[in-house]
Design a protein around this ligand. Structure first.
Ligand code: ATP
Ligand code: MG
Length: 506
């Protein structure tokens, strides 16, 4: 048995109004990949932020390579071989790859920055992780994909001698290819004897890349298991503290006599090719497809975020021209985007501000002045309805856990009284408990007569929630399933990959 490289004993950390970590223990062995799981708000990010110097702890001990440590900063941790790859990458977008990687350790020659040495060192690091063909040391970081930006964080981490690296939900904004590349890299780091902490909600990934798993719940340590000794079901049970069955749709609320949205012959930039469909009142319409199949683009066109080249959109039977999101909001459309941080949420603003923003605009245009009390009441009501877990509505949205941030985005659209809601990957990065809550919420909204388009890459949730499913392939709707009850994942997947040659094409 390998020895521990890190032992955390009774780590305690509180934030105003929240005990994030309640005397938790955690042990990391040399050269292992150790998953840290738990529902939203369990304290996973907090623990790895403490370990990597981003936060201080209130009490407890961290033993690293046999000695108790008390590193005071990210830099001090990094210099001693402990690094964090955060969930949100914060690189200087206008600087080059080399400048970002060498930020804190510019090589100097004759009193000046040695740019050549900097490029060389960066290229060397690129070669170590096999990305020298994807970009150069001089590439501007803002021009790179999220996956590549993450590689730059990894290069920063390995630029000093690395012993422990913690990944916080590393795949949440990666494509499938980028995810595969990351797994490969993790394997290589492990082979070099580096110890890895892997925080993720995706059980499939945990079973694929991890050796052991530790579960936290509500700031408390629950258990540690060898991955081969645990089933997905029992892992979920540890996380939520109970056995959960699959979520089953209860009832159909669709009013097929009322089409609230009709899309005819929508075309845009080779990514959306002649797309036509309709959405009934009270319906949940699922959209499946592999990444890049055109689902998000369709949603962006409907919402006025992109300008369509051709096609017609009708709302409640009336042809509408939606040129920007403001007009979409006026038409009572809501769009819960895939990228909640980029488009859905202002992380520096308060929970309340985020919830009331579109609602606020509506109030201010009709009433001139904003009614503070009404705004407060509304935010309170929505936050209670969605069970948002925050110490106060004045907390910054960015300080909340991922699942709670997603609920804020949904609350904001409910506050704007949206009637047609488009959810793009609504449960991405959200734990099983919060997922079930979001599902229930979507069902409830449908039962209240709201109409929902649900874009998702997770077949189990699409199959259990959708009334109908449209399968996209290469910018087109390749198949419509009007009966979802007995469909299997394989049947749906088939049409996402293979062209529909059958006679029953749309
Ligand atoms: N900077 C902060 N200020 C105030 N509260 C915080 C802060 N960071 C975390 N918290 C709170 O501490 C608790 C634990 O949060 P943490 O981010 O560690 O959870 P998590 O397990 O990473 O959840 P998720 O899966 O949603 O990312 C939550 O209740 C969260 O709201
Ligand atoms: Mg987290």
């Amino acid at each position: 048995m390998a020895e521990n490289i890190v032992t955390c004993q009774k780590i305690r950390k509180s934030f105003p109004g929240v005990l994030a970590l309640d005397d938790v223990d955690f042990e990391l062995k040399k050269g292992e990949v150790h998953a840290l799981c738990g529902e939203n708000g369990a304290g996973k990010s907090t623990l790895i932020k403490i370990l990597t110097g981003l936060y201080g702890k209130d009490s407890g001990r961290i033993i690293y390579e046999g000695n108790e440590i008390n590193f005071k900063s990210v830099q001090e941790c990094r210099n001693n071989g402990i690094s964090l790859i955060p969930q949100e990458i914060h690189l200087a977008q206008d600087l080059t790859v080399a400048e970002n990687v060498m930020m804190t350790q510019y090589p100097v020659k004759h009193g000046k920055v040695d740019w050549n040495a900097m490029r060389e060192k960066t290229l060397e690091l690129q070669k170590r992780i096999g990305c020298e063909n994807h970009f150069t040391p001089d590439t501007r970081v803002g021009d790179l994909s999220m996956g590549h930006q993450q590689l730059i964080e990894i290069m920063k981490a390995i630029s000093t001698e690395l012993k422990v690296i913690a990944f916080d939900e590393p795949t949440s904004s990666l494509s499938d290819d980028e995810t595969e590349r990351l797994f490969h890299l993790i394997k290589e780091l492990k082979e070099q004897g580096i110890s890895i902490i892997y925080v993720s909600h995706r059980l499939g990934e945990i079973f694929k890349v991890c050796d052991r798993v530790t579960v936290f719940k509500d700031g408390k340590y629950v258990d540690t298991k060898v991955i081969n000794d645990v089933s997905a079901k029992s892992l979920v049970a540890l996380m939520v503290g109970r056995e959960t069955g699959g979520y089953l749709k209860e009832k159909n609320y669709t009013d097929i006599s009322r089409k609230v949205l009709e899309v005819e012959g929508l075309c845009w930039d080779k990514k959306v090719k002649n797309v036509s469909f309709f959405l009934n009142k009270g319906e949940i319409l699922g959209m499946f497809g592999i990444v890049g199949a055109g689902r998000t683009e369709t949603a962006r066109l409907i919402f006025g975020l992109e300008k369509k080249e051709r096609g017609r959109i009708k709302i409640n039977g009336e042809t509408v021209e939606i040129r920007n999101p403001r007009q979409a909001v006026k038409r009572k459309l809501g769009f819960v985007t895939e990228d909640r941080r980029g488009e859905g949420l202002s992380t520096v603003s308060s929970v309340q501000w985020n919830i009331t923003m579109p609602y606020l605009k509506k109030l201010s245009s009709s009433l001139q002045t904003i009614h503070h009390k009404q705004e407060c009441d509304n935010a309170q009501k929505l936050s209670a309805k969605l069970r948002i877990k925050a110490a106060s509505l004045d907390d910054s949205a960015g300080s909340l856990s991922g699942g709670n941030q997603q609920k804020i985005v949904i609350a904001k659209w409910l506050g704007a009284e949206s009637e047609i809601l488009i959810f793009d990957e609504p449960t991405r990065g959200i734990d099983v408990g919060a997922k079930a809550e979001i599902y229930r919420l979507m069902e409830q909204l449908a039962s209240e007569g709201k109409s929902i388009i649900m874009i998702s890459s997770e077949l189990p949730e699409l199959l259990s929630l959708s009334d109908r499913i449209l399968v996209y392939r290469d910018g087109e709707i390749n198949k419509e399933f009007t009966e979802v009850g007995d469909l299997t994942e394989e049947q749906v997947l088939h049409y996402a990959i293979m062209k529909d040659e059958g006679g029953d094409k749309l």
